[in-house]
Write a protein that binds this ligand. Structure first.
Ligand code: SF4
Length: 281
C-alpha cells in the first residue's frame, strides 16, 4: 500500500520528487521503500548543527543525499528569538505574549476570556498555569527554531527545484499528524503545501520489523538506547519524556559526555534547565 502511494506521488509530479531525510529509522525505511521502485530519488538532509554524530555519520553512507544548511545557527536563534522549551504550541504562546503590545491579547494568553475583536470566548493559545512561572525567566522562549533550522532550508530547496516531498511521519506520532492524515490522506495533493506521507498508517513496530525483515542498515544511535533522534539540544517534549522516567540530557551525559560538557553551557541550555528545575548533570 505504501509503495502504491509512492507510485501515485512520483507519477503525479513526473518524478520531480524528493525524500525529506532525517537519518532516523522512519525516514530510512521510507527511503528504502522509495528507492526499491525509483532508485534515483534524492534524499534531502537538513544539517541543523544539532544532529547526533552517529546520525551524520550514517547519512554520509547513503548515496545521492543533498545536504542543506540553515541561514542561522542555533545560537543565533536562541539568543535572538528564544529557546525551544516545553512544546511548539506553548512556546508559540510565549512568543506571542512577549511580542504583542495589546494588553487584551496579553491577558488572553494568561487566561481564557472574550476576544473583543471576534466577540468569541477564546481558550486557544493560553499559556498553561503550570508554565507561567517562565514569564519571568531571564531568557526568551519561542517556537521559531524549527521554522528557521528545518523548514526554511527545505522551502528554499522546494522553490528552487519545484520538487515535492515524501516524508516519513505516521499518524500515530501525534494528534495533529493524525488529523492531517484524516483531512488530506497519505498523498496530500490538495493541501496548501502538497506532501506525501506513505507511512501514515504504519506504527513504530512495523518500521522496526521492516528494517529487520529486509535487513536495512540504520543509524547506530538506536543501539545506544535512543528512540528519538532529533536535535541533541532540543528541549521540546522534555517534560513529557520525564513523566515516562527518561531525561535526554542525562542520557546525553552518558553517551556523549564531551558534547554534554561543552555544548550545554555554550548555548545556555544549562541555565534554561536549571531555571526549570530539571536535572541534567
Ligand atoms: S527539533 Fe528542536 S532544536 Fe531542532 S530545529 Fe526543531 S525546535 Fe530547534
Amino acid at each position: 500500500m505504501a509503495q502504491r502511494r509512492i507510485r501515485q506521488w512520483y507519477e503525479a509530479y513526473n518524478g520531480n520528487v524528493y525524500l525529506s531525510f532525517s537519518g532516523g529509522r522512519d525516514s530510512t525505511f521510507l527511503l528504502w521503500l522509495v528507492r526499491e521502485i525509483y532508485p534515483e530519488v534524492k534524499a534531502v538532509f537538513v544539517d541543523t548543527g544539532l544532529e547526533f554524530p552517529e546520525i551524520r555519520a550514517f547519512v554520509r553512507t547513503i548515496p545521492n543525499v543533498v545536504w542543506l544548511k540553515p541561514k542561522h545557527t542555533f545560537k543565533e536563534i536562541v539568543q535572538r528569538w528564544g529557546y525551544p522549551v516545553i512544546s511548539k504550541k506553548v512556546a508559540m504562546s510565549f512568543d506571542r505574549y512577549r511580542n504583542t503590545k495589546s494588553d487584551v491579547q496579553k491577558a488572553l494568553r494568561l487566561a481564557p476570556g472574550t476576544n473583543p475583536v471576534t466577540g468569541r470566548h477564546q481558550t486557544k493559545g493560553v499559556i498553561p498555569k503550570k508554565y507561567q512561572y517562565l514569564l519571568d525567566a531571564p531568557f526568551k522562549i519561542s517556537d521559531y527554531c524549527c521554522e528557521a533550522l528545518k523548514k526554511q532550508p527545505l522551502r528554499r530547496y522546494e522553490s528552487k527545484t519545484g520538487s515535492k516531498p515524501f516524508i516519513g511521519t505516521m499518524a500515530e506520532d501525534s494528534k495533529p499528524r493524525q488529523d492531517e492524515v484524516i483531512k488530506n490522506g497519505c498523498n496530500a495533493f490538495e493541501a496548501k503545501k502538497p506532501v506525501s506521507r506513505p507511512l501514515s498508517f504504519f506504527i513504530e513496530a512495523d518500521i522496526i520489523e521492516g528494517l529487520r525483515r529486509f535487513n536495512i542498515a540504520y543509524s547506530s544511535i538506536y543501539d545506544m538506547g535512543y528512540d528519538c533522534t532529533g536535535c541533541m539540544l532540543c528541549m521540546f517534549g522534555l517534560q513529557m519524556e520525564m513523566k515516562k522516567g527518561r531525561n535526554r540530557f542525562l542520557m546525553l551525559k552518558k553517551t556523549h559526555p564531551r558534547i554534554h560538557r561543552l555544548a550545554l553551557p555554550a548555548f545556555g541550555i544549562d541555565k534554561v534547565l536549571e531555571y526549570q528545575g530539571i536535572e541534567y548533570k
